[in-house]
Design a protein around this ligand. Structure first.
Ligand code: ATP
Length: 240
C-alpha cells in the first residue's frame, strides 16, 4: 500500500504565453507537512491552483489518493477531501465568523460533529470564539488567516493546501499560526502542503521540502537536511 496522498508528475501550467510552472513533480505522504519554498513569482501559487482545479495544466498529471484529479472541477476536488486556503484568505467579509465556519461545513449532515469541530477550532484560535458574532471583514489580517484555516478544517479535509499563511503578518502572529498548523497536523493527522516565502518558518514546521525557482523544482530533501545546505542558508534563510 502506498501512503502517497498527493502526486504531481511533470505538471506544466501557463497563463496565456507565460509558462508559470515547467514540469513540476512532487509528492506528499499521508500525515506529512510538505513545503514548497520559492521567492516571489517562482510559481508556488500556480502549483496550488493547479492541484485544486482552478487552473488546468497544459501537461502532466495530479493524483489525489491514487485517483487522477487532473483538471477536474474544483467542487469535485473539494468533495474528495482536499481544501485550498488561498493567499489573501478570501473569507466572506459580510458573514459573521460563526457563519464563515458553517460555510466550511456546508456539505456535512452530522450536526453534532460540526458542533464538535466548531469547538475544536475555537480551542485552536480562542480569539475567533470571542469574535464569533462579528463580521469577518472586521477581523485583522492575522485573524482572517486563522478563520480561513479554521473554515477549511470544518470540512474535515484529508489534505490542506496552504498558500503563504505568513503573508502580511507580524513575526509573532506568523509564529502563532505556524504552531497551530503543526498542532492540527499532529492532532488530527491532516496532511498539509504549505507554500511559503518565509523559508525559516516553513523549514521548521515541515517534514519535507521542495525548492522552486522559475517554475522548476531545483532541490528537494527533508527539511532537516535543507536547513543545513549552504545555498538554502544563503538565499532563503539570509544567514550569510
Ligand atoms: P507570489 O509569492 O507572488 O504569490 P508565486 O511563487 O506564488 O509568487 P505565482 O503567483 O504562481 O508565483 O506566479 C508564477 C508566474 O506566473 C509569475 O511570473 C507571475 O507573474 C505569473 N502569473 C501569475 N498569475 C498570473 C496571471 N493571472 N496572469 C498572467 N501571469 C500570471
Amino acid at each position: 500500500m502506498s501512503n502517497i496522498v498527493l502526486q504531481l508528475a511533470n505538471v506544466e501550467s501557463s497563463y496565456g504565453p507565460i509558462k508559470a510552472i515547467r514540469g513540476v513533480s512532487l509528492q506528499v505522504s499521508q500525515g506529512q507537512i510538505a513545503t514548497v519554498l520559492g521567492s516571489n513569482g517562482a510559481g508556488k501559487t500556480t502549483i496550488l491552483k493547479t492541484i485544486s482545479g482552478i487552473i488546468d495544466p497544459r501537461k502532466g498529471s495530479v493524483h489525489f489518493k491514487g485517483a487522477d484529479i487532473t483538471a477536474r472541477d474544483p467542487a469535485f476536488i473539494v468533495q474528495q477531501g482536499l481544501m485550498h486556503v488561498p493567499e489573501g484568505r478570501e473569507v466572506f467579509p459580510l458573514l459573521s465568523v460563526h457563519d464563515n465556519l458553517l460555510m466550511g461545513a456546508y456539505t456535512r449532515r452530522d450536526r453534532d460533529g460540526v458542533a464538535r469541530d466548531m469547538e475544536q477550532v475555537y480551542a485552536y484560535f480562542p480569539i475567533l470564539k470571542e469574535r464569533q458574532a462579528q463580521d469577518a471583514g472586521l477581523l485583522s489580517g492575522g485573524q482572517q488567516q486563522m478563520l480561513a484555516i479554521s473554515r477549511a478544517l470544518m470540512a474535515q479535509p484529508e489534505l490542506i493546501l496552504l498558500d503563504e499563511p505568513s503573508l502580511g503578518l507580524s513575526p509573532k502572529l506568523t509564529k502563532e499560526i505556524f504552531e497551530i498548523v503543526v498542532r492540527i497536523n499532529r492532532e488530527r493527522g491532516t496532511t498539509i502542503l504549505l507554500v511559503e516565502q518565509n523559508a525559516n518558518m516553513a523549514l521548521n514546521a515541515a517534514d519535507y521540502g521542495y525548492v522552486l525557482e522559475n517554475g522548476r523544482i531545483v532541490m528537494e530533501d527533508t527539511c532537516a537536511h535543507l536547513r543545513e545546505k549552504e545555498d538554502i542558508k544563503e538565499f532563503y534563510l539570509g544567514m550569510k
